[in-house]
Design a protein around this ligand. Structure first.
Ligand SMILES: Cc1cc2nc3c(=O)[nH]c(=O)nc-3n(C[C@H](O)[C@H](O)[C@H](O)COP(=O)(O)O)c2cc1C
Length: 173
């Protein structure tokens, strides 16, 4: 797909066919994630891939009952590596850059999924400590997003966006 077609056709997909993805496709998603830019190229992130039904169910509970994620072929638990970010950039690295790094990786996963004809959704509503327990996260690993990915079973309309006039300012506010 042409880049702007990918950007324009991406949607949050919350219904999936019960269909596994090939390792090749999963590798493409992983590559998209790890090729994202990061502050000082520190790559302060880690991606935990969840495919087992019982672990997905535990994610659902921690994600406030968002049950639809269970049907995704794979759930990326995208984590910020706070220690790694702090080593490079102290407090700003830990509190800001690693969140930006992981967000860039998340968007790359979403766009790659779209380009591959798959569906995905950026999920941020979850209890962090519960997610940490489910994935056995070491100290300093902060779960930032869950990204369920799979074969889409819905084709939702585009959600509206504020116009450029409303959000763009030239030179100053
Ligand atoms: C930081 C963030 C957190 C989000 N958390 C959730 C979530 O927990 N559950 C959910 O269903 N969608 C979640 N979304 C998806 C948004 O609802 C969605 O992107 C928005 O409504 C626009 O729709 P679109 O992605 O189809 O364009 C989240 C998106 C972002 C960027």
């Amino acid at each position: 797909m042409e880049f702007f077609d990918v950007v324009k056709s991406r949607r949050s997909i919350r219904s999936f066919k019960k269909q596994a993805l090939t390792q090749e496709v999963i590798n493409q998603l992983i590559d998209a994630a790890r090729l994202a830019p990061s502050a000082g190229n520190a790559q302060s992130w880690a991606f935990v891939l969840v495919t087992k039904p019982e672990i997905k169910q535990a994610l659902v509970v921690a994600a406030l009952g968002q049950k639809w994620l269970e049907d995704a072929a794979v759930v990326f638990v995208v984590c910020a590596d706070l220690n790694r970010a702090e080593e490079s950039y102290d407090e700003r690295g830990k509190s800001l850059y690693c969140i930006q790094d992981t967000s860039a990786a998340v968007e790359n996963i979403l766009l790659a999924a779209t380009a591959l004809g798959l569906g995905a959704c950026w999920m941020g509503a979850f209890r962090e400590e519960e997610i940490r327990k489910v994935i056995n996260a070491p100290n300093g690993m902060r779960p930032v997003a869950l990204i369920p990915v799979g074969v889409p079973n819905e084709s939702p309309r585009a959600r509206s966006r504020r116009s450029a006039n409303e959000v763009v300012y030239m030179e100053s506010f």
